[in-house]
Design a binder for this molecule. Structure first.
Ligand code: GLN
Length: 396
């Protein structure tokens, strides 16, 4: 039989989603792939019931239903502090995943370089391969996950076509400050590159940090292509509703990519989600408070168990240090983080993602857990994780 494309031989399936499949197989508590285990707002599901009767059930406008784009332009326009044109500056996609893929395919030629911070959300690796781009990795250095401005400028000296900025960052929870965004955007201006942002956790930010939309900064706005989605904001990850906001010339080209990739996002789901896009500010304040409470509960629990972890400024992910559990004398001595996660799913009953899926650097001592769960699930997961030290018998 003919060989399959070289493209598909250069990357594996997503480790995040593989962990979910193993977790489902054994009935573990799934803290690997980040999605809520609680229902979306009732107003949205009530509207979905009506839409099931009333429609639409056929394609929406390829670029996004008109009322959905208008509601999105109104909501994001308020956040940006300027009017967004739903016709020329917005494109609705099948989730944030398509938004990023579409942005990359719109901007990059095969062989173009793209700057990616490490750690990074694993999709970006495959996005780069599928769009033919070569990543240049720039480390975000723990514990604060800051970048070294000189190292970043060195990367720009290689004349990348774009930089991907995940803000708030998955998996490290970094929230970029206005100054950092202006510095990165300034490099984009100086070296003539695009800034592609992934802002799907825009509403999950913990005080005193706050989210700054790169596209709202006039100094850099004409280079910013924002990818985001409704998944995390309205707890509807399965609806696959995402979008791009960007300069009109970019969006015009991205529309063509999107048209032939997917034709369009699900019409009935766009219609039902409009009511969510019209929620008042109090909804988003409540969401941030809800996640702050979950973060407190989960991090306190990890502290009680004695697990070292990051403290996210935003997003719902925590990196937990499992280095001690892989040391000589333990049950899992010398194992990889992937083997640790597979063991943990089966033996402890909690699924996590091996940290190595997010880092360019050879990192083997971290796992990523999410806390987008009900209090009950989080407590149960913490009870199980509390057995970790005894199960791996850490030698003193
Ligand atoms: N962004 C979420 C995560 O990192 C979900 C990813 C996905 O599977 N689309 O877990």
């Amino acid at each position: 039989m003919p060989e399959l494309s070289h493209r598909v031989q250069t990357f594996t399936d997503s480790v995040i989603r593989r962990m979910t499949r193993i977790s489902d197989e054994v009935g573990a508590i799934n803290l690997s792939q980040g999605f809520p285990d609680f229902p979306p707002p009732k107003a949205i599901t009530d509207r979905l019931r009506e839409v099931a009767q009333e429609g639409p059930h056929q394609y929406s406008v390829t670029f996004g239903a008109e009322n959905f784009r208008q509601a999105l332009a109104d909501k994001q326009g308020r956040a940006y502090g300027r009017t967004l044109d739903p016709e020329t500056e917005i494109l609705v996609t099948c989730g944030g995943t398509e938004a990023m893929m579409c942005a990359m395919m719109t901007v990059c030629n095969p062989g173009d370089k793209v700057v990616v911070f490490s750690p990074f959300y694993e999709n970006y690796g495959a996005d780069a391969i599928l769009s033919g781009a070569d990543p240049i990795f720039v480390p975000l250095v723990p514990p604060a996950f800051d970048f070294d401005p000189a190292v970043l400028e060195d990367a720009f000296r290689q004349h990348p076509k774009a930089i991907i900025v995940c803000n708030p960052s998955n998996p490290c929870g970094k929230v970029f400050t206005k100054e950092e965004l202006l510095f990165i955007g300034g490099l984009c201006n100086r070296y003539d590159a695009y800034m592609i942002t992934d802002e799907v956790y825009e509403h999950i930010v913990f005080p005193p940090y706050h989210h700054v939309y790169a596209g709202s900064l006039p100094e850099i706005a004409d280079r910013v292509i924002c990818c985001s989605s409704l998944s995390k904001t309205y707890s509807i990850t399965g609806w696959r509703l995402g979008y791009l906001i960007g300069p009109a010339n970019v969006i015009e080209a991205a529309k063509k990519v999107h048209d032939f990739l997917t034709v369009g996002a699900a019409a009935p789901l766009q219609e039902a989600a409009v009511v969510g896009l019209q929620f008042p500010q109090s909804y988003y304040d409540g969401l941030a408070r809800l996640y702050a409470e979950k973060r407190r509960l989960f991090l306190d629990g990890l502290d009680r168990i004695g697990l070292k972890h990051t403290v996210p400024q935003g997003s719902y992910f925590v990196l937990v240090d499992i280095g001690d559990f892989l040391k000589p004398g333990t049950l899992l001595a010398g194992k990889s983080d992937l083997e640790f996660c597979e063991w943990m799913i089966r033996t402890v009953g909690v699924a996590a993602v091996p940290g190595s899926s997010f880092f360019r650097e050879p990192v083997n001592h971290l796992i990523r857990l999410h806390f987008a769960c009900s209090e009950e699930t989080l407590r149960k997961a913490l009870d199980r994780l509390a057995r970790l030290p005894e199960l791996v018998r850490v030698s003193e």
